[in-house]
Design a protein around this ligand. Structure first.
Ligand code: GDP
Length: 467
């Protein structure tokens, strides 16, 4: 059957090329978000749900039957790793499903759709092929854009100010203060400072802080241990020749030139549509400071999509621009649907504030709450004589079934987002917490609805107009 399929595809492609001799449309869809926001699960779910019929009712072209087939093809960029779709799907659909390994580098996948226009246009045009080149990359890399406009001294001052009071930050500051930046370079000292600074970034990330640059320090991949990742912020403006400070300044410039610039030039500047996944629930769980930090990070991310502001970006974009950007709060399956409007409202309010902060204009933006994979079912239980809306799922740690009520999200987002709240210690319900659920096996019965939440609506926003 597979061979027959391939042959019929080849024939269909050939017919397509004959009726449409021009290049087939390609949409480059960027998928980003900070680590653990849900990129890997999102892309796997997106592709699987498009390849399986009838799972995307809110994507107009799917509901109308215009998309007649979805299939994977070799990607156009030979030197970019391929998104390991089959491996990730294998994890999620195994008899004992597991979460796949997260994104730690850029990867790509080409999903091609056969689209047969329906309605008025049906008789006028033949089937088309639309390629969606999905580009998955860590959101941490976007935040590095801020470094492009900064000198080592400026970045150091900001990084040291941020480190104050944050996890493992004071330990780094103490170590840096005990080091003479004008002493001649000693590689052991350099490595020890870089390790302490990286430990601070990782601990901050684990505590829910988002604004942690340089991004590659946390996701080094094959660059781990290389000089370009072996520097750290130091106090001072001018450093003696051959000193530690001088070398750190040189490595910082090398990081910008050899890591940040090529990513933006070769990958980022080619994106047409972008989804930014945000673990809003996780940040709410981590507390006011983390939520405030996430807001700042969203402004930073949005700023990367506004070339006019930054000479480097203006140059690499050459007049092109990202047309649509969707901010999606992920893991909405942790909430009963009666609370989804509140989660969406909080995400929308954060986007609005981020747009204002970044002076954003240009692309069409939107905010939504989604779940790439529903791990829970909804239930209403009796709690102290009153009905309480909960979700039920299997806990990742213990494997036991549990009912979960995360606390009430406020109807008015200002309750969480006003500046006065940022310093608050007490936050929502005292018992507000996030549980980690195991991925649920796909055992849907008719009427259960799709195995995701609003993935189709997200896709309609992002590429619906192109199908
Ligand atoms: P990445 O680092 O952005 O690639 O994040 P992943 O896609 O690997 O997701 C990180 C973790 O978030 C997963 O291991 C899951 O625990 C959780 N997660 C991601 N998507 C969902 C979802 O749709 N529902 C739920 N309940 N959890 C999710």
């Amino acid at each position: 059957r597979a061979i027959t399929n391939q042959v019929s595809w080849a024939a269909a492609e050939m017919a397509d090329t004959l009726t449409h001799p021009f290049a087939e449309p390609v949409i480059r869809l960027g998928v980003t978000g900070l680590s653990r926001a849900g990129k890997t699960v999102f892309i796997t779910s997106l592709v699987a749900n498009l390849m399986d019929r009838g799972r995307m009712p809110q994507l107009t072209a799917a509901a109308s039957g215009a998309i007649t087939a979805a299939y994977l093809q070799p990607q156009p960029d030979d030197t970019v790793p391929r998104f390991a779709y089959e491996t990730h799907l294998g994890c999620l659909t195994a008899p004992a499903p597991q979460w796949p390994e997260s994104t730690d580098r850029i990867s790509q996948l080409r999903l091609s759709l056969r689209v047969q226009p329906t309605g008025l246009l049906a008789g006028l045009s033949g089937p088309r092929t639309v390629h969606i080149d999905i580009v998955d990359y860590p959101g941490e890399w976007l935040l590095d854009l801020a470094l492009m406009d900064q000198t080592f001294a400026q970045w150091s001052a900001a990084a040291l100010a941020r480190a104050k009071g944050r996890p493992a930050g004071d330990a780094y500051i103490t170590q840096a203060q005990a080091t003479d930046p004008n002493a001649s370079l000693d590689e052991g000292t350099a490595q020890s400072l870089a390790a302490a600074f990286t430990a601070h970034l990782n601990a901050s990330r684990a505590a829910g802080f988002s604004d942690c640059t340089p991004g590659r320090f946390m996701l080094p991949g094959e660059l781990a241990g290389s000089p370009v990742l072996t520097f750290a912020p130091l106090q001072g403006e001018k450093f003696a020749r051959n000193s530690l400070g001088h070398e750190f300044e040189r490595r910082f410039e090398s990081y910008k030139r050899n890591i940040v610039r090529p990513f933006f030039r070769d990958h980022f500047a080619k994106i047409d549509r972008q989804i930014v996944l945000v673990d809003v629930l996780g940040a709410i769980h981590a507390g006011p400071a983390a939520l405030d930090d996430l807001r700042g990070t969203m402004a930073g991310i949005l700023g990367a999509f506004r070339p006019g502001r930054n000479a480097f970006l203006t140059r690499i974009f050459q007049g092109r621009r990202v047309e649509k950007i969707l901010f999606a709060a992920t893991k909405a399956d942790h909430l009963h649907h009666s609370q989804h409007p509140q989660l969406t409202a909080i995400t929308q309010a954060m986007l609005r504030q981020a747009s204002d902060r970044a002076g954003f204009a240009g692309a069409k933006t939107g905010a939504m709450s989604i779940a790439a994979l529903r791990t829970t079912v909804e239930d209403t239980v009796d709690h102290a004589g009153k009905p309480l809306d909960v979700v039920r799922g299997r806990l990742l740690e213990t494997g036991k079934q549990a009912a979960f009520y995360p606390g009430d999200l406020p109807d008015d987002p200002a309750h969480l987002l006003s500046p006065a709240r940022a310093g608050a210690d007490k936050w929502l319900d005292a018992d507000y917490s996030v549980m980690r659920f195991a991925p649920a096996p796909l055992t849907l019965r008719p009427g259960d609805g799709p195995p995701h939440i609003r993935m189709d609506k997200a896709l309609q926003f992002l590429i619906g107009d192109k199908l």
